[in-house]
Design a protein around this ligand. Structure first.
Ligand code: TXA
Ligand code: MG
Length: 344
């Protein structure tokens, strides 16, 4: 199968919508990352999503809707808090876990009685969902376990020939996936930090429990199967240094020097301010942007990881960032992508 590359014209969106309605797979931009879309109520299309990604069928998909008014099409017994949050944060990068409507195939929800739903704010995603007129299941458009795609080229690097089409809408503005909040627990549970900060959610919803992978994880009892370790990973080893920034940078520099002396190729993924400290070393560098701009760092994170990967370093070194606001989501992805965590 050749993957058709479509522009964002109304004619192209009509073509993509028609493909979706007929059970074909179409990748499209959202405000977070590119999604790999398929008709959510069509069993065969849903099965094709898992196959194209190489994703285990135990990992449920997010259903995307054109508007919050469509929520009763895919969910029942919607908790009042979910309605409140939807009213406030949709369209936008928040995924709500709510009880599943019986006509949503169990393949979408990986056998669960709950379904993940979101209404994206990206104008192309919105136009596509309106034109398709059906709920669209869409995981991030990467091979399973790989870094999420923030450009059409990232998608094609992973999925060219495996999907019918992609709409190229340029780089995605937020760059990191949606926040996933389980509204079926009391208080609600943050399953994945993302584009809407925990602070913003708490201001609206009151107390929220956070899910701790290290303590809650078991082989059989994963709350959210996407919360596996070694997720979002680059092809080359990522080492994450955690601790007070000054000490971390000192340690990072000595690790880089030792590795270089041993003949290894080293990549650095750091805020712009940090990189100047390594200017004199023969290393590959990718800047996340100013450390004071978490939005910029989130937007660049996955593209920077892929760019470093493409230069085949033996090891990529990075550090923890401040966890407030979007920083929580960035640190979460770095931890999951890391092959090794070094506490300084
Ligand atoms: O920003 C995003 O959310 C992007 C764009 C394309 O919308 N999508 C995305 O999908 O990141 P995916 O499949 O890569 O991540 C969905 C996450 C997974 O961790 C999955 O386990 C979790 O949501 N999830 C889906 N349904 C669930 C459910 N019923 N209960 C608990 N977790 C669920
Ligand atoms: Mg994903």
């Amino acid at each position: 199968m050749r993957t058709q590359r479509l522009d964002t014209s109304p004619q192209s969106i009509a073509v993509a919508a028609e493909l979706l309605r007929h059970g074909e797979l179409v990748a499209f931009p959202t405000e977070t990352v590119y999604g790999l879309g398929g008709h959510a109520l069509d069993q065969a299309a849903v099965a094709a999503i898992f196959a194209a990604k190489g994703r285990p069928t135990s990992d449920p998909l997010i259903v995307h809707l054109a508007t919050a008014a469509d929520l009763p099409r895919v969910a029942v017994d919607i908790p009042p808090l979910a309605t409140e949050l939807a009213t406030h944060f949709w369209p936008g990068p928040l995924t709500l876990i709510v009880p599943r409507h019986p006509h949503v195939p169990r393949t979408v929800t990986a056998g669960r009685e709950t379904v993940a739903v979101r209404v994206p704010s990206h104008p192309i995603a919105h136009a596509l969902l309106v034109a398709a007129g059906v709920p669209v299941a869409a995981p991030s458009a990467n091979r399973f376990g790989h870094t999420s795609p923030t450009t059409a080229d990232h998608v094609l690097a992973d999925l060219d020939g495996r999907i019918a089409a992609i709409i190229d809408g340029g780089p995605t503005p937020i760059g990191i996936e949606s926040t996933v909040l389980d509204c079926t627990t009391n208080p609600p549970t943050l399953l994945r930090p993302g584009g809407i900060s925990l602070e913003a959610l708490t201001a609206m919803a009151g107390p929220i429990q956070t899910y701790h992978r290290t303590t809650d994880r078991s082989e059989t009892g994963l709350v959210s199967p996407g919360l596996l370790d070694r997720h979002y990973a680059p092809d080359h080893e990522l080492w994450l240094f955690s601790g007070p920034p000054t000490a971390v940078l000192h340690r990072l520099r000595s690790e880089a020097e030792t590795a270089l002396a041993a003949g290894l190729r080293i990549g650095l993924l750091l805020p712009a301010e940090d990189l100047v400290l390594f200017d004199d070393l023969p290393v590959e560098m990718e800047s996340l942007g100013p450390v004071t701009e978490p939005e910029t760092m989130a937007q660049r994170l996955y593209a920077a990881l892929r760019a470093l990967d493409a230069r085949h370093p033996d090891r990529i070194l990075t550090r923890d960032l401040d966890e407030s606001g979007l920083g929580r989501a960035i640190c979460d992805r770095l931890r999951r992508a890391a092959a090794r965590l070094v506490i300084v």
